[in-house]
Design a protein around this ligand. Structure first.
Ligand SMILES: Cc1ncc(COP(=O)(O)O)c(C=O)c1O
Length: 401
């Protein structure tokens, strides 16, 4: 982030740390040689704890959507009854993929901004037996809402234990805790350009033993995305097809940084940045979008204030070097989104809030200079358990008077 490099605050692709950028510029290597094999082993080994699984993970050269397609076509057959629980545009997307490949899809569409409710899901499953799979989104990037996957999976397991649970965690995994095995989730998908701090181009798909077994009988067509081909090649330290080697270098470099920081510190940093973002935006008079009980920890959405044009605000914010995301689908022009995942720092959040504060004042919104930054800073300190000395002194003085 500097005069010539914007503060990229969209919910992916995320900004690349210097070592990741440099890794992407490396000379090519033989993808059938020992250096690649060692790198692939290192990547999968370091990623598995973030999935919370001991099962095999496949690395595919494709966008996150390709990973979603792989999850569907490898485990399902045309005519299978599938429940697509959708809380936004990415929930719609995976349901659509299943439909395109011939599954008999029922949509459980939740109002955008809300999370799926485990009791509602349980009631639906009790009334509608016989699903082969349930599709869930972990972190719905379009609405900045995070589903309670552990509770939803438990609800599914209690009513239809045979159903495969397929989860899109493209924008969640690596930034927030996930326990695929413990929660009984069968397939989880993530993408290189989100928490993994690399360029787009790789999707990682983890499958439970049940899901690997399901692939033997599933009949949806698949070739390039065949996960069994990936698993077999990975066992030899390779990929079935020529991989996006530059992105593989980057994911390896990103995981090296993640290894040094540690998962707990990474999760805490994301929580701190999320808390600061919410507090800062609220202090600037923006109404946060979504159910507060299920705010995402990787992206925050807020309503565009009444009477203001998002395009004009966005252009002014961009002019000051901060790149935000608008709303998608029915939320276009209604909300804006600020991403805080991957390499994000509190400093970048304070910068973004500061710019939004200045632009708000320029647009004659009633905002006290410094209010947004102060609120964001306080929320972050609070989250980190740090008490400002000045406030403590004032409180002591007050108590003594
Ligand atoms: C939750 C979620 N699912 C799926 C995708 C699709 O990933 P891609 O754009 O890499 O295909 C995204 C991308 O933003 C996402 O946020």
């Amino acid at each position: 982030m500097n005069r010539f490099e914007p503060n990229l605050r969209i919910p992916g692709p995320t900004a690349l740390p210097p070592t990741v950028r440099e890794a992407g510029a490396r000379q090519m290597i033989n993808h059938r040689g020992p250096e690649f094999a060692a790198m692939l082993g290192r990547i999968l080994g370091r990623m598995k704890p973030y999935f919370g699984t001991t099962s095999d993970v496949a690395m595919l050269s494709c966008a996150g959507s390709g990973g979603l397609e792989a999850a569907v076509v490898n485990t399902l057959s045309p005519g299978d009854r599938v429940l697509g629980v959708s809380i936004g545009s990415f929930g719609d997307r995976i349901a659509k993929i299943a439909q395109v490949y011939g599954a008999d899809v029922t949509k459980l569409s939740i109002e955008w901004g809300q999370a799926a409710d485990p009791s509602e899901l349980r009631a639906h499953l009790e009334a509608n037996p016989g699903y082969r799979a349930v599709l869930l989104t972990h972190n719905e990037t379009s609405t900045a809402v995070m589903n309670p996957i552990a509770e939803l999976a438990a609800a599914i397991r209690s009513v239809q234990p045979e159903a495969l649970i397929i989860v899109d965690s493209v924008s969640g995994l690596g930034a927030v805790p996930f326990q695929m095995d413990a929660w009984g989730v069968d397939v989880v998908v993530t993408g290189s350009q989100k928490a993994w701090m690399a360029a787009p181009g790789l999707a990682m798909v983890a499958a439970s033993e049940r899901a690997w077994a399901a692939m033997e009988t599933a009949t949806m067509p698949r070739f390039y995305l065949d996960l069994r081909k990936h698993r077999d090649a990975h066992a030899l330290g390779q990929t079935p097809w020529t991989p996006a080697i530059a992105v593989v270098f980057q994911v390896d470099a990103g995981l090296e940084l993640m290894e040094r920081e540690g998962a707990e510190a990474i999760f805490a940093r994301h929580e701190t940045c999320a808390a600061a973002t919410r507090a800062g935006l609220t202090a600037l008079g923006f109404e946060l979008f979504g159910d507060p009980a299920h705010y995402s920890r990787t992206v925050t959405a807020a309503r565009v204030p009444a009477g203001f044009d998002w395009k004009a605000i966005n252009a002014a914010v961009k002019g000051e070097g901060v790149v935000l995301a608008g709303g998608q689908g029915p939320l276009a022009g209604q909300i804006f989104r600020l991403g805080h995942l991957g390499s994000v720092t509190l400093g970048e959040i304070l910068d973004a809030i500061g710019v939004l504060e200045q632009v708000s004042i320029r647009f004659e919104r009633q905002v006290e200079p410094g209010a947004g930054i102060a609120a964001a800073q306080s929320a972050a300190l609070d989250r980190m358990g740090i008490r400002p000395a000045a406030a403590a002194t004032a409180a002591t003085a007050g108590a003594g008077a």
